[in-house]
Design a protein. Structure first.
Length: 441
């Protein structure tokens, strides 16, 4: 039965993520009062009075209970999730331990609260990664909790925004490359973001007892492969007829290992071992129960992607997304290697440049060592996600300083045969590009 949206209040956990952000805005557009909570909101998401930045994963059950009571919450939508363990990311803590505390908080709030939990398709028998096994453990905890719940298992989520796997699929569509045959043929049923939001709105407008204690697969009915999904994006990009080269499977595995390495530095690339393992398992399920209960007719991938012509910003993003990783990696190596060479391999040559330009002998060693260590420090700062912006800004300032200093103290270096100083200008532009494309959301 429809409920007055002014009465039912909704708490969205993970409101800065791909699904959480869209659902928060969609529910508000429909007239529901929504409190969006995330560990950190982007600049474009801040400014709304009901959106909160809270350390959700470290909050105990009592703090979560107060959150529910203080805002008189009727529906909790849990969109929290991480793909793989790494610095600041713990699949067990996010998927299992937090859900256990959330269930305790819902019970202790003494309110009639419905929990809408976002999970993943699949079964215990096919779960092989920490990501999938902890997601399934959370489902078990919810089913045994006695709380009114609905577990939603979206397929491959397609939205106007791109993040993680959806960004990777768009990038594959923008290049004349194909995945290996086995991965191309993996089942990969998608779901439109609008269909997920419509389902949550349908649930929010009903009493907790209605459609309670059920698990639904949310995805298009017609079977489709990963290759078929990529082909639909290619049509949108106008690249459907391009000749393509199939990459060997070992390149996919190497890319995943490199992604794991980047993960240790706080980056979250879509190509990691967990992502490839889940991709190879495939995305499939049966949406019949969901469709029968809600009356929603899920969009097909052709309606989501193939029939929507890509805008220039779509094409630019898809082409530049994988290049971003190369830009960051090259800048890290540039600063680390250049500093190491000047400090260790070519220390005498670097020092001789200063001596030949009349620098006092007592200044030569400190300047040579200091600038080398500064260069290497910039490389280290850029390598870590949390400090990358500071490293890029420091690199731009240092490069400009080198150019200005050379113009004043050693102007002849500007016309040396290899043009080292002239090449500093493009390096500054590359760092600026990296700085402007750091945001993922």
């Amino acid at each position: 039965m429809p409920l007055n949206a002014d009465v039912r209040k909704i708490l969205v956990l993970g409101a800065s993520g791909l699904i959480g952000c869209f659902v928060t805005r969609d529910l508000r557009r429909r007239g529901f009062p929504v409190v969006g909570v995330a560990r950190k909101l982007s600049a474009s998401q801040k400014g709304r009075a009901l959106d909160l930045e809270l350390p959700l994963i470290s909050m105990d059950a009592a703090a979560l209970t107060r959150l529910l009571r203080d805002h008189c919450i009727d529906v909790v939508v849990n969109c929290l999730g991480v793909l793989q363990d790494g610095p600041g990311s713990d699949t067990g803590a996010v998927h299992r331990d937090f859900v256990a505390r959330l269930l305790q908080a819902i019970r202790e709030s003494r309110q009639a609260i419905r929990l809408v939990h976002i999970s993943i398709p699949g079964t215990v028998e096919t779960d092989q990664t920490a990501f999938s096994t902890t997601k399934r453990e959370a489902e078990r905890l919810i089913a045994e909790s006695g709380v009114a719940y609905t577990i939603l298992r979206p397929g491959f989520v397609v939205a106007l925004a791109a993040y993680g796997g959806s960004a990777m699929v768009r990038s594959l569509a923008a290049y004349p490359l194909d995945l290996p045959a086995a991965e191309q043929n993996a089942p990969f049923q998608p779901v439109a973001m609008e269909d997920i939001a419509a389902t949550i709105a349908w649930l929010a407008a009903r009493d907790p007892g209605e459609a309670g204690g059920v698990t639904w697969d949310l995805m298009q009915q017609e079977p489709v492969t990963l290759g078929g999904v990529i082909d639909q994006f290619r049509r949108g990009f106008g690249a459907g007829e391009w000749p393509r080269l199939a990459m060997p499977a070992f390149l996919l595995d190497i890319g995943a290992r490199l992604g794991d390495l980047a993960n240790l530095f706080g980056w979250m690339p879509p190509m990691r071992t967990t992502a490839i393992a889940e991709l190879r398992r495939g995305v499939s399920g049966s949406p019949a129960g969901w469709i029968a209960a809600t009356g929603i007719t899920p969009k097909t991938i052709a309606e989501m992607a193939g029939q929507r012509p890509a805008t220039i910003q779509d094409i630019w993003f898809a082409r530049l997304f994988p290049i971003k990783a190369l830009v960051i990696a090259n800048l890290v190596l540039f600063w680390l290697v250049s500093g190491f060479i000047a400090l260790v391999i070519s220390y005498d040559a670097a020092a001789d440049i200063l001596r030949s330009h009349g620098f006092p002998p007592w200044l030569v060693a400190p300047i040579t060592v200091g600038t080398s260590l500064m260069d290497m420090s910039i490389g280290v700062l850029i390598a870590f996600r949390r400090t990358s912006a500071y490293g890029l800004i420091a690199g731009i300032i240092a490069s400009l300083g080198y150019m200005v200093g050379a113009a004043i103290l050693t102007p002849d270096l500007w016309i040396e045969p290899l043009g080292a100083l002239v090449k500093t200008g493009p390096a500054i532009v590359l760092m600026l590009v990296a700085l402007l494309t750091l945001d993922n959301r």
